[in-house]
Structures are given as structure tokens and as C-alpha cells.
Design a protein. Structure first.
Length: 381
């Protein structure tokens, strides 16, 4: 009897150990459990976690809920793999906690004044979900919708959004694609394209919150930032642009020479910093749409991890997580404090539909919208 009980105990221990190993083997390199991302939205739309890998050992996890980059594992200066973006451990958190973490934003990234656009004499009233303006496509923008997913190989996934006419009151049936490709040289290549059957506006971006030190419990204000821009589009106290451009020279917004984000991010003697509660502004890029030129570069001093941003867009919105306040807990239960991250959102300028003198965001039937962004990771010793 005793031998039998001992045998059963040993078997249970062995089974438990095997089960634990099996569970660990299903986890991603970043520690995510794919099972926590499998669900159905609206009863018909499947959501999953997808994993991209390259031969350098880099890993990128994507969910088709909102087209979000959930984790990005890159090597630091010592070769240690480090997760450099904020996010959640489960699809339930993405659904229940409002956030833009890692999302593919559409139809219109950034703000539209009073949520109104006029196309060929017809005025469309969009949702007013941010200080009276329409922000990131409205309260049910594409970051809260399900993209169709097609992972074509280990390093590429194509996400498709079929947005009906009247989606958040935007005109036109739009089909948009977001293609994430993890390249051999540790870059995330992002291509956007879209078509419409009715004249509309579109402006897409990725809204990843980067902390290159890999420790989002600590603000990222020690990160060194470079932006190839001589001006910004200034905002008022409601974060709305007025159609002018402001030179950055001699202001906290001059990052033409790389410098730490602090202390300028809290220089509230500057009206623009005060209005933004930090940096939450569009920089007018000097790269003029040249995808081969570095538009911005971010460096985490603790890890040595660098992020170079390339884009064919005219602007980049830099947001320093000013409205994080420690109440949101992300991956591994870490509470995200104010300025835990830096967002680098390549895009057309905010409120471009109402600024005829700025690059157009109008998309007509028969045309194809294109946008290209590259997040290239490296290290500095």
C-alpha cells in the first residue's frame, strides 16, 4: 500500500513537472501566454496572439485586436533580450482598459478640430472624444476593432480592416491593410495602404509606447531623443493646432542635437510644454518623406538600446506618456507611472482636413493610400 502511494505521488510530481514545462514552452520569449489572447469579439471575430521572429533572436508579438504590438524583445548592450513596449498580458485588459498601447490607429490618427470635416461641400460630424475634438478616429476607432489577420511567414503578418461607410461617421467603405515585417537587421517595417469607394480622409500610424530601458515602472525621461525637425505645429490648451508652425530653435522642442527628454519635458514656463502637459506635439520633419533618412532616434541609457525611426510621412507626433498616472497595470502587473514611455507616431499633421495649406489627407475612389514607417533597433555600447 505504502509503495503504491509513493508511486502515485511520484507520478503526480512527474505529471506536474511535465505540465509546468509544457506551459512554459507555450509562452512567448516575452512571457506572454497566447491562450490569454484567444477569444471571439462580437461572437464572430476571432482574436489571437501572433509571434514574429528573425534569425537574430528578436521577437515581436502582435494581436489583431486593434492591430497592436504587444511586446518587442530586442537585445541590450549585453545581449540580454529586453521587452521595450508597454502593453497588457491578456486580451481582456485591452478590451476593458481604454488605451492606445501598440495600436494601428485609424481612420484618422491625432485630432480633428471639433470633430468636423467638410468634403465637397458636405460636412460630417465625427465623435468628439477629446476636449471637443475627434481623437484617433473616435471612441471606437480601429484600435478597438478587430483586424483580419494573415501571417504569411515567421516574420510577416498582414492585418486587414474593412471599415464600413459611416464608421464613427467617416464617409466611405474603406479597406485598409497594415503589414508588419520583422527584418533580418532587427527592424519592424510597417506598411499601410487603403482604398475607398467614396471620398474620405485617412491618416494611419502606430501608437507604441516605448521604454528602451525595459523597466516601465521608471519614467523614460532619461532617454536621449533626436528629432530631425526645425519646427512644430503649436497647440492651444485643448491640444488643437492653429495652422501655424513654430520654430524650435531656442525652445525645449529643439532636438536637432540629441539630448535627454528631461528636464525640458517639465519646463512649464514654456507655454507649449504647459499646454501639452509635457511633449504631445507634432514635429515638422526635415526628412521630407525620404524613407532612407533618420527622422528620429531614441536611446535608453541603461540598456544601450536604440530606436531609429524612418518614415515617408511629413510629421511625427512625440508623446511622452504625460497622462499615465500609475493606475494602469500592464504586463507582469507593473503599474505605469507618468512618462513611463515615449511614443513616436509617424503621420500627417493633426487637423489636416481643415488646413488646406498642409499636405492633404484626402483619399478618393481609384486612389490608394500609402504610408511607410520603420522602427529599427540597435545598441550603443
Amino acid at each position: 500500500m505504502r509503495k503504491s502511494l509513493l508511486g502515485m505521488s511520484a507520478a503526480l510530481i512527474l505529471f506536474s513537472g511535465c505540465a509546468q514545462k509544457q506551459e512554459q514552452s507555450t509562452l512567448t520569449l516575452s512571457g506572454l501566454n497566447p491562450a490569454n489572447f484567444e477569444t471571439m469579439v462580437d461572437g464572430t471575430k476571432p482574436v489571437k496572439l501572433y509571434t514574429l521572429k528573425n534569425h537574430q533572436g528578436m521577437e515581436v508579438c502582435v494581436t489583431n485586436f486593434g492591430g497592436r504590438l504587444v511586446s518587442i524583445m530586442v537585445p541590450d548592450r549585453n545581449g540580454n533580450m529586453t521587452d521595450v513596449v508597454l502593453g497588457f498580458d491578456s486580451i481582456a485588459d485591452y478590451q476593458n482598459i481604454p488605451s492606445d498601447f501598440g495600436a494601428a490607429i485609424g481612420r484618422y490618427a491625432n485630432r480633428i478640430n471639433q470633430g468636423r470635416i467638410t468634403i465637397d461641400g458636405t460636412t460630417y460630424q465625427l465623435p468628439q472624444n477629446n476636449y471637443g475634438h475627434c481623437l484617433h478616429g473616435g471612441p471606437t476607432g480601429w484600435q478597438y476593432q478587430v483586424y483580419e489577420a494573415n501571417q504569411t511567414n515567421d516574420s510577416t503578418i498582414i492585418l486587414t480592416m474593412k471599415s464600413p461607410d459611416g464608421d464613427n461617421n467617416f464617409p466611405g467603405n474603406v479597406t485598409a491593410n497594415v503589414t508588419y515585417t520583422l527584418t533580418a537587421d532587427n527592424a519592424i517595417d510597417i506598411k499601410y495602404d487603403a482604398t475607398t469607394d467614396k471620398k474620405t480622409v485617412i491618416n494611419m500610424t502606430n501608437h507604441s509606447y516605448f521604454n528602451l530601458n525595459g523597466n516601465p515602472s521608471v519614467p523614460a525621461i532619461d532617454h536621449v531623443l533626436y528629432i530631425a525637425a526645425d519646427s512644430i505645429t503649436p497647440v492651444d490648451s485643448t491640444f488643437m493646432t492653429d495652422g501655424t508652425m513654430m520654430a524650435v530653435k531656442g525652445t525645449p522642442f529643439d532636438f536637432n542635437t540629441p539630448k535627454p527628454i528631461a528636464p525640458d519635458v517639465t519646463n512649464f514656463d514654456n507655454e507649449q510644454v504647459k499646454f501639452g502637459n509635457g511633449f504631445d506635439h507634432n514635429w515638422v520633419l526635415n526628412t521630407k518623406g525620404d524613407i532612407n533618412k533618420v527622422a528620429a532616434k531614441l536611446t535608453g541609457l541603461t540598456t544601450g538600446i536604440t530606436l531609429e525611426v524612418y518614415t515617408d510621412e511629413p510629421g511625427i507626433q512625440v508623446y511622452t506618456g504625460n497622462f499615465l498616472d500609475g493606475t494602469v497595470k500592464g504586463k507582469k502587473g507593473i503599474a505605469y507611472p507618468q512618462r513611463a514611455s515615449v511614443c513616436l507616431e509617424t503621420q500627417h499633421y493633426p487637423d489636416s482636413p481643415n488646413k488646406a495649406h498642409w499636405p492633404s489627407v484626402v483619399l478618393e475612389p481609384g486612389q490608394t493610400y500609402h504610408s511607410h514607417c520603420i522602427f529599427k533597433f540597435g545598441v550603443e555600447k
